[in-house]
Ligand binder design. Structure first.
Ligand SMILES: [Zn+2]
Length: 366
């Protein structure tokens, strides 16, 4: 069989236009331009895909423990209050296993919260590679923070031992700039560096987050006011990215999730720090954040990867649905596909590749 597509990717940065693969005995035997392969194997039937042929993508950001949908549509803080908070009680390994069944990619960056069993399942038996990040958040007094930090330290030291050679790694995720005090954010980041753990942080996602940091206004500010959280907890007048940069967090080279509310100056900081950003476009549109300024990302040379985010804010856990969505939004197919294949690198995995000998079962076409 010959498989052919307008864009054949042999790796994240290796594209053959009108490319094809000759497959025999369940393995790739030859790769090249479709014309050339058909001339070489004239009797072999050809199966054509509409856009893409190549390796499987990585879903660099999700929350399996929030379970399958339904998909919420509305502003970010409404999403948190109406969709995430009610699900928090059930959040854990049960929902994660259900969501795993609808997650087609095997390389994931998954954030787990609340239930330590989710981490144990991930590290011991989940059918994924990549990173499971333990989420840390909460605003309280110093005693609360010290306890949270000590518990986190004890937890990661115990769970780090469960990592299998070649299996998923344990990571840490201080949730977002507004949901930890500057001090706790710094401490969690320092802990990750000390323990050699990868970091993911949600940043510059909603207009509410930008309004909170820049002007101390909007729905996150209102939420803090209602919860009697001091409004001078974080500095005012900075963008979320500037805040993370000033705190020294970008030096730890976390992966930033979302990066929607950013300007050229923010992306300059991100580029200088060598930080990578995972974009979750369908979630951003469903939660009324808008799309990231992709042209600015390209102009500043900030590497992007893609994630679906949870099934509560995206219609599926398939990262190819993000790619197809981006193409419909006018992003060049080649670029969007490259981002989907860049997720492995963000998760510390080898980049995916198609070579002579690659099993046919590892091919994806659409
Ligand atoms: Zn998320």
């Amino acid at each position: 069989m010959i498989y052919a597509a307008p864009l054949l990717f042999l790796g994240p940065d290796e594209v053959i236009e009108h490319g094809a693969l000759y497959v025999e005995g369940g393995r790739v035997v030859a790769t090249g331009r479709e014309e050339a392969l058909r001339a070489r194997f004239p009797e072999v039937p050809v199966r054509r895909f509409g856009t893409y042929l190549g390796p499987e993508a990585a879903n660099a950001h999700t929350h399996l423990d929030l379970g399958p949908g339904p998909t919420f549509k509305g502003p970010f803080m409404d999403f948190v209050l109406k969709a995430v908070f009610p699900k928090n009680a059930a959040r854990g390994v049960g929902l994660a296993k259900k969501a795993a069944k609808i997650a087609p990619q095997r390389a994931l960056g998954d954030i787990a919260a609340t239930d330590v069993k989710t981490l144990e399942w991930w590290l011991l038996e989940a059918p994924f590679s990549g990173v499971v990040y333990w989420e840390v958040l909460g605003i309280g007094d110093r005693a609360f923070e010290e306890r949270l930090l000590a518990d986190t330290k004890a937890l990661i030291r115990r769970l780090k031992r469960l990592e299998r050679p070649g299996g998923p790694r344990l990571g840490l995720s201080p949730h977002a700039p507004y949901s930890l005090t500057p001090r706790l954010m710094k401490e969690v980041v320092a802990l990750a560096r000390e323990e050699g753990l990868p970091l993911q942080i949600h940043a510059a996602e909603s207009p509410a987050e930008a309004a909170y940091f820049q002007r101390r206004e909007g729905p996150i500010t209102e939420f803090h006011r209602r919860k009697r959280i001091p409004l001078d907890l974080h500095p005012v007048g900075l963008s979320p990215i500037q805040y993370l940069a000033e705190l020294g967090v970008l030096e730890a080279r976390p992966t930033l999730i979302h990066g929607v509310q950013v300007d050229a100056a923010d992306l300059q900081l991100v580029a200088e720090a060598g930080v990578r950003v995972v974009s979750c476009p369908r979630s951003n549109v469903n939660l009324e954040a808008g799309l990231p300024p992709y042209d600015l990302y390209q102009a500043r040379g900030v590497p992007l990867a893609l994630g679906t985010d949870s099934a509560l804010s995206a219609e599926s856990l398939d990262v190819w649905d993000e790619v197809r969505f981006l193409i419909r939004q006018g992003v060049a197919a080649r670029e969007a596909i490259r981002w989907a294949l860049a997720g492995h690198g963000v998760l510390g995995l080898d980049p995916p590749a198609i070579r002579p000998g690659t099993p046919e079962a590892e091919l994806v076409g659409w």
